[in-house]
Design a protein around this ligand. Structure first.
Ligand SMILES: [Zn+2]
Length: 350
């Protein structure tokens, strides 16, 4: 059956929950989970279902506009900066109290709300008691302490990463060759977006080797750490190449539209903001992939014969902490240097 939710792949449980919620929606939902796992697509589909007179047929005008991100009563708000600013909160509050333009309802998708930081309290009232016609869909990769109060005013739906086997099936379905699909699915961290990107990424194997080879290179000295971190960050930079190519194509298509129909309504601002956001997310995912690869090395060591496992366990803890810190938009060089200095020197499985 094809409907508004057909574009949400690999998340049958989430789709079921949203489909059920769209019948008699409450004022606010929180979708908590990695964006690449389908939260963004799910939010758009949910908005379509809420605006469609048939509850999300997928083909009517409301559905088509909402799914294309162009429905006047379905807005997605994406913070431009690394964190939300008070002006963002004001803008959201202003839009939330306006009446729907076309129908009986308005859907406001608030993306990247794990970046809410200090402006949470300024938005609480709006999200708690919007006009009856407004429905909020808050998206967050995780729920940091600053988001807990807002989260408590929403119906929370947790979005799990897409299982590796499902990613593999989806890639095979899309015609990707098996060996390539297997590697990409394994390195995607539960994100279908990332898996699709990795399929066309010739440097993946080399990056995996570089991260896996870090323990052998550490000798306890800061000088070595500095060199290794610089190399790793260069690889992270390189890894964004396929994404940059895809974005350049998107910009070229945009320029063509502008030439044909003019700047107005071209969506340039939206495209640019979403590209910046995709690049930032890509970096985070790439670093997380690197740290997961590194963690695998230490886990293997724990499984083998080892006289003293304490340094290895401390190393794993440090990797977990550094990976969690990625959500806070850290200085990557300092974060990685700090991490590598805390890892035990030398091969973990001697
Ligand atoms: Zn419809």
């Amino acid at each position: 059956m094809s409907d508004a939710f057909s574009g949400v792949r690999g998340q049958p449980q989430l789709v079921g929950q949203l489909r059920a919620a769209s019948v008699e929606p409450v004022h606010a939902y929180l979708l908590a989970g990695p964006a690449g796992a389908g939260t963004a697509a799910a939010a758009v589909a949910f908005a379509a279902a809420l605006l469609c007179p048939e509850g999300g047929c997928g083909t009517c005008r409301d559905c088509r506009l909402a799914l294309a991100g162009e429905h006047p009563d379905a807005m997605t708000f994406v913070p431009e900066g690394a964190f939300l600013r008070i002006t963002d909160a004001e803008e959201i509050s202003r839009v939330a109290v306006r009446s729907p333009i076309e129908g009986r309802r308005k859907v406001l998708v608030l993306a990247d709300f794990h970046r809410v930081q200090r402006v949470g309290p300024a938005l609480l009232k709006t999200i708690e008691e919007p006009p009856e016609s407004t429905v909020f869909v808050v998206l967050a990769d995780t729920v940091p302490p600053e988001l807990v109060t807002i989260a408590s005013r929403c119906v929370r739906i947790d979005v799990a990463p897409v299982p590796r086997s499902t990613l593999l099936d989806l890639l095979l379905e899309e015609g990707v060759e098996e060996a390539r699909a297997t590697t990409a699915a394994a390195a995607a961290g539960g994100s279908l977006d990332r898996a699709r990107l990795l399929v066309s990424d010739p440097g993946l194997a080399r990056r995996r080797e570089a991260w896996a080879g870090v323990p052998e290179r550490l000798d306890g000295s800061g000088a070595v750490v500095a060199v290794v971190v610089a190399e790793l960050l260069e690889l992270v930079e390189e890894a964004a190449e396929p994404l940059r190519r895809a974005q350049a194509e998107e910009v070229a298509a945009l320029e063509e539209r502008v030439t044909a129909t003019g700047e107005r309504g071209s969506g340039r601002g939206r495209v640019e903001a979403s590209q910046r956001r995709a690049l930032r997310r890509h970096r985070t995912e790439e670093l997380r992939f690197g740290m997961a690869t590194l963690a695998d090395r230490y886990r293997e060591a724990l499984a083998g014969p080892e006289t003293d496992s304490r340094p290895v366990i401390a190393g794993l803890d440090a990797i977990t902490a550094a990976s969690a810190a990625l959500l806070r938009n850290p200085n990557e060089t300092l974060l990685l240097q700090g991490l590598l200095l805390r890892l035990p020197a030398g091969s973990p499985s001697r």
